[in-house]
Design a protein around this ligand. Structure first.
Ligand SMILES: Cc1cc2nc3c(=O)[nH]c(=O)nc-3n(C[C@H](O)[C@H](O)[C@H](O)COP(=O)(O)OP(=O)(O)OC[C@H]3O[C@@H](n4cnc5c(N)ncnc54)[C@H](O)[C@@H]3O)c2cc1C
Length: 399
């Protein structure tokens, strides 16, 4: 007699979600349990955000930045991909934007974050539409003579570098509100000064400690075409005919506001996320930090697991969530007599590689001491921005 499969729903098909699914598929090979995995993803393909800025300057790269989900699951496995948006979470089902409800026994939330300037495409539903937006931005960039990049975090440094590298004749200025570039806690301080020297060496003008507000440039409209003049604190005027905003990342967790333990209508769902960042609070096991929901996990940028959320951290910690979930499934039946052995996830080491063109970049790698060189950046990231690995992981080839 066949029993109902255990229903595992993973929401978000990027670094965290795909890594969870790959580990689940691998662990299930040696399990007797019947499990159905459902991936819910709002896009029709996986966006490779680390390649976002190369796509803005290189049409060929832009054509392969969306990677299809077609080979994610083995054929006839019973696992499935639903293209829809998670709108609400309840204790044992989710509500989607347009295709109704999906019940679950276990839920893994991997809905990540949103970034301006084409870093992510959360408000665009199809990859074709996103490709068209990128293509229009590339054409606007190509026509411009002077470019202003706002924000000197990792994204701003990479974007300014990619543009200057692709269009050496353009005047590229990066304006940053703080005193140092890539000023993240826990990263080698030399990375900050080296990034500045590196960008200046490429010919990018960098203005630090300078906040700017440009009409028409905001999170919703993070690429603005039109003349702009800013005056710096020192009285210098900087003109640009295209401006790109790179600051203002936020997590995608608004669906959490409906989650309550069964029968507890008075429960305050806002206690499940941080007041300021709205990141989901998790334990080291990556289960929600609330004992009513041991069967719900959150992984990657949407969770508070990592201080500086990165793809590396998402992919590094995700297998632990999957292994813990499998432990819960394996020990769930009352006759098993086994207790689930759940392990803590470990964070990725604090390394950073910033690509500023196919042959250039800055790296800070604890493995080799701290190196601030083109060599490791080029070797490990700059050439294809790791998109080859993503195609391999997804089991498909670029068109
Ligand atoms: C320009 C740029 C360059 C970067 N470069 C690097 C780098 O070189 N190295 C590095 O380690 N990190 C890098 N990062 C950070 C990295 O991209 C993120 O940390 C990583 O993408 C997080 O992965 P994730 O799976 O948690 O979330 P995301 O990649 O944000 O994916 C979330 C997924 O969930 C989907 N989704 C969101 N909301 C819903 C919903 N409600 N319903 C259904 N689906 C939903 C989204 O469509 C998306 O597919 C970069 C980020 C940017 C913006």
């Amino acid at each position: 007699m066949s029993s109902e499969p255990v229903k595992v729903v993973v929401v978000g098909g990027s670094f965290a979600g795909i890594s969870v699914i790959k580990q689940l598929l691998s662990s299930l090979k040696s399990s007797k349990k019947q499990v159905q995995i459902t991936l819910v993803e709002k896009h029709d393909a996986r966006y490779h955000s680390p390649g976002a800025f190369r796509a803005l300057v290189d049409a060929e790269y832009g054509d392969k930045i969306w990677v299809p989900y077609t080979s994610l699951f083995p054929k006839d496995s019973g696992h499935r991909v639903i293209k829809d948006t998670l709108a609400q979470v309840y204790h044992h089902h989710i509500v989607l934007g347009s295709s109704g409800t999906v019940p679950f026994d276990y839920l893994v939330l991997c809905t990540g974050s949103d970034n301006p300037a084409s870093g992510k495409f959360n408000n665009v539903s199809s990859s074709a539409e996103a490709v068209a937006i990128t293509s229009k931005a590339r054409s606007d960039l190509t026509k411009s003579k002077s470019v202003l990049v706002v924000g000197g975090g990792a994204s701003g440094v990479e974007l300014a570098g990619e543009i200057k590298n692709a269009f050496p004749d353009k005047q590229v200025t990066l304006v940053h509100g703080g005193p140092r570039l890539v000023d993240y806690e826990g990263y080698a301080s030399g990375l900050k000064s080296y990034s500045l020297k590196h960008l200046q060496g490429l010919g990018v003008k960098v203005v630090l400690d300078q906040r700017v507000a440009i009409d028409g440039l905001d999170h919703e409209h993070s690429i603005h075409v039109g003349q702009s003049t800013i005056t710096t604190k020192s009285g210098e005027t900087i003109q640009s005919d295209i401006q790109l905003l790179t600051v203002g990342s936020c997590v995608n967790t608004s669906y959490m506001s409906t989650l309550k333990p069964k029968g507890d209508d008075a429960f305050d769902s806002s206690s499940l996320v941080h007041n300021d960042t709205h990141a989901i609070k998790v334990q080291k096991t990556l289960q929600l930090a609330n004992e009513s929901f041991p069967y719900i996990f959150a992984v990657g940028d949407c969770s508070d697991f990592s201080n500086v959320p990165t793809a590396a951290s998402a992919a590094f910690s995700a297998p632990t969530a999957a292994k813990n979930l499998i432990q819960l499934i394996e020990t769930s039946s009352s006759d098993s007599g086994k207790k689930a052995k759940l392990g803590p996830a470990s964070g990725a080491p604090a390394f950073m590689i910033l690509a500023t063109g196919p042959n250039t970049g800055v790296s800070s790698l604890p493995l080799f001491g701290t190196r601030f060189s083109n060599f490791f950046a080029k070797l490990l990231k700059s050439k294809d921005l790791m998109i080859g690995n993503v195609y391999t992981e997804m089991g498909v080839s670029p068109k």
